[in-house]
Design a protein around this ligand. Structure first.
Ligand SMILES: Cc1cc2nc3c(=O)[nH]c(=O)nc-3n(C[C@H](O)[C@H](O)[C@H](O)COP(=O)(O)O)c2cc1C
Length: 167
């Protein structure tokens, strides 16, 4: 048996992971007493058939228990929507969210893209729960994307041509 390696320090883990650039989303849901949301960058497209997408939800987050058993909407933010990312990461007063009602769940008004899901499968993710959602509705608009890398917000310009044919 190979010797067990020491786990990486939280600081080195953070330094490594922060070099992986992502988009930024706000995952919205019906909190029972009104619409709620939480900023998340762990969003990943998983499968086309059936259409599946993944989010990783911290067990300590207020949204955690709500996202295990009800529809939710992943709102992909545009470059000009950084204040919403801060608001839903706990910075009260950063932005005044405007809401609309999707097919089954409240979502933000005018995100760059939105993906409505219902929980399909849950997995243990340590101090997170991995929620694999089945996509039930979606939409998008034109515009630049809000990004997160090096623990900073940034933007990625809308591209005219992609490399979809390589994937
Ligand atoms: C850029 C960014 C990305 C984040 N990604 C996640 C994530 O993927 N999953 C998660 O559980 N929390 C993530 N967070 C932290 C939550 O947004 C934060 O804990 C929030 O306060 C949770 O709200 P709630 O406790 O009201 O549910 C992220 C925060 C930021 C700023």
């Amino acid at each position: 048996m190979p010797e067990a390696l020491a786990p990486p320090s939280p600081a080195s883990l953070r330094a490594c992971m922060s070099r992986f650039a992502t988009g930024v989303t706000v995952v919205t849901y019906d909190g029972g007493d009104g619409p709620r949301g939480a900023t998340m960058n762990s969003f990943t497209s998983v499968s086309a058939d059936p259409p599946l997408a993944l989010i990783s939800v911290a067990r300590r987050a207020r949204c955690h228990d709500h996202l295990l058993d009800r529809p939710f909407c992943v709102n992909v933010l545009g470059a000009e929507q950084e204040a919403l990312a801060r608001q839903f990461a706990g910075v009260q007063g950063a932005a005044e969210p405007r809401w609309t009602l999707g097919a089954r769940v409240p979502r933000l008004l005018n995100p760059l893209a939105w993906v409505e899901c219902e929980p399909w499968q849950l997995y243990d993710g340590g101090d997170h729960t991995l929620v694999l959602g089945r996509v039930t509705d979606l939409g998008h608009r034109d515009g630049d994307a809000l990004t997160y890398a090096w623990s900073r917000f940034g933007s990625a310009a809308e591209a005219a041509d992609g490399i979809e044919h390589l994937i």
